[in-house]
Design a protein around this ligand. Structure first.
Ligand code: IMP
Ligand code: MG
Length: 180
């Protein structure tokens, strides 16, 4: 039972799915008549992205993925972004929606946004499941946020600690003693 490793459960599966539905309705409206490419940042995005795209009403959208390395082991961002897997589609001229699990220091996403900007997409917006605003080091804001959360290391719904806990259906704060 992994629940014993949690200090607190922040969002249940039901809370996550109802908020994702709300956000999807807003995104669907914003992209009405367009053909955006929704790009998930692996691996953290996979559950959120799956939930989100199934609620989007954007018939012409396509889906793609990238993988970048930010964290090695542990809980502190390195500030460097290394594209380990690039998109299959070319994003030049496309309306891009980047989907990420969490915006923390902002170091990773700001670098990635800078890189993708060089490819001249028609537009580029960020969609994140979680936003730890108070932890921001590099100024960057997401256009779509499911939940703002306070500081604390969270896992579940795609988010990991040392590659574990991603499969949890809820989002929980990990007990500090697990990673200290
Ligand atoms: P940033 O560069 O600090 O914004 O880091 C973003 C990345 O760090 C996310 O994509 C996550 O993979 C990871 N991350 C940041 N905070 C957490 C957390 O609380 N739990 C799990 N992963 C996190
Ligand atoms: Mg990640």
């Amino acid at each position: 039972m992994m629940e014993q490793d949690m200090q607190e459960i922040l969002f249940t599966r039901e809370q996550l799915s109802s908020r994702i539905k709300e956000l999807a309705a807003q995104i669907s409206e914003d992209y009405r008549g367009k053909a955006p490419v929704v790009i998930g940042i692996l691996r953290g995005c996979f559950i959120f992205m799956a939930d989100l795209v199934r609620e989007l009403d954007i018939p012409q959208m396509t889906l793609d993925f990238m993988s970048v390395s930010s964290y090695g082991k542990g809980t502190v961002s390195s500030g460097l972004v290394n594209i380990k897997l690039d998109t299959s589609e070319t994003i030049t001229g496309r309306d891009v929606i980047l989907v990420e699990d969490i915006l923390d220091t902002g170091n990773t996403l700001s670098k990635l946004v800078e890189e993708l900007g060089k490819r001249n997409p028609a537009s580029l917006r960020l969609c994140v499941l979680l936003d730890k605003t108070e932890r921001r080091v590099t100024p960057i804001q997401a256009d779509y946020v499911c939940f703002q959360i306070p500081d604390g290391f969270v896992v579940g719904c795609g988010l990991d600690y040392n590659q574990q806990y991603r499969q949890l259906e809820y989002v929980g704060i990990l007990k500090p003693e697990i990673y200290e």
